[in-house]
Design a protein around this ligand. Sequence first.
Ligand SMILES: [Zn+2]
Length: 319
Amino acid sequence: MIDTSRRGLMAAGLAAAALPGLALAAAPPVGRQVPGLYRRRIGEIEVTCVSDGSIALPPAVFGEANLPETRRVLAEAFLDGNAPVPCALNTFLVNVGGRLVLIDTGSGDWLGPTMGQLPANLAAMGVTPDKIDIVVLTHLHRDHAGGLLDKENRPLFPTAELVVPEVEMAFWTDDANTGKVPQGSRGGFPYAKQVEAAYRGRIRRLARGAEVLPGITAIDAFGHTPGHTIYRVASGPAQLLVFGDMVHVPAVQTRFPDWGIAFDVDPAGAAATRRRVFDMAAADRLLVAGMHVGFPGLAHVRKAGDHYALVAAPWQSAL
Ligand SMILES: [Zn+2]
């Protein structure tokens, strides 16, 4: 009879450890994260959330005057309001009828070692940059578009068509707009021109509300940047709303949807857009995918009085 009492198991363990050849090998800590990949099926379309890593934002990014309230809601979300707040960065690889469409590119080598993990995560699923057919951007901020170019401004996607919302491309390639953006975002102007040069001949300027291809359609979400665009992924009745930068720190911007973040080009416009998109997602019970929603970024939006809450979508082990 097997003795399953605690004393019996301990005795058996001690005996095994004492036998030569049965000694357990030490398992050293791996010391790095597993690949940041998660898959979800939307009708006939397969979507893979591919992490680019995360970055930390100072709580004052929502305004010095809002710091006490920011700290309070961060504490409610079990986050330390006296330390930089984690901000995830997700991209979404969409397989539509065998074509691979990458929505946003992550930050490349531009924003430090905790970001720029997209290429390694794509490699972990067997996808090299030359396999991407279309790269489509929500907007031209470096955390979303930095993965387009290496530090010598060479294109990192050798064959992909690059689809950029035309309002966004027009804004960032016109130096007359330099004074309209926060100081820290002004590098976006030379960067947009580098992108334009590197991808010359294979850039499509996407009209407002146009299809990227059947199954992925643009929706205006202007404000955070002048051409910030979100995408509806649809197959039959199944839908996913890839909603870009509707939030950067969900705990804060769902509770205070009218607050701007320091990177907003038009904070009031961004706030109005946030309410419009949140109201639509809540009313239609849409599954949303956020670039800065904790990995894998999939959630639903619930209306909560005059504000909102994100409810994380449960893990699915099978497609
Ligand atoms: Zn962003």
